[in-house]
Ligand binder design. Sequence first.
Ligand code: NI
Length: 169
Amino acid sequence: MIYPIVKYGQEVLEKPANPVAEFNSNLEKLVTDMFETMYAANGVGLAAPQIGISLRLSVIDVSVGEDPKAKLVLANPVIVSVEGEQTEEEGCLSLPDFRAKTPRPARVSVRAQDIHGQEFTMTGEGLLARALCHETDHLNGKLFIQHVGRLKRESIQRKVRKLMKAGEW
Ligand code: NI
């Protein structure tokens, strides 16, 4: 099932999400739906609050469906270490058509649980490091515009308000 994606301005995107407590078939179904929703939107990552569900759950695939081994499910992820810096254009499915140069660590290690509740630690670099930070941020009620300069952030917020007023958001 493809969910509609919640856009910036909705409260669920700006509050900390609830921990995943039950690793059952409902969670498996939700993860399947999240991948489907993410691929339909051509995204490389999706967090549960982006479909209106306040759960610490995200999916990532930086290969955009090309490599089955690139599919990642992270329940209750915590960033445990960061290294270096990279600044690239970043976007978000909840802020469609807005992109901005966003500083992120070059290398990130995350501890999380898989779909069965099994704990694991993984490290990503480059785009994967960026996605791990971006999706973990979502679970803490944070969006990428909070990492960009004030002028750029305010310009995006102004444009969103205009779109909201015009009923186009
Ligand atoms: Ni996002």
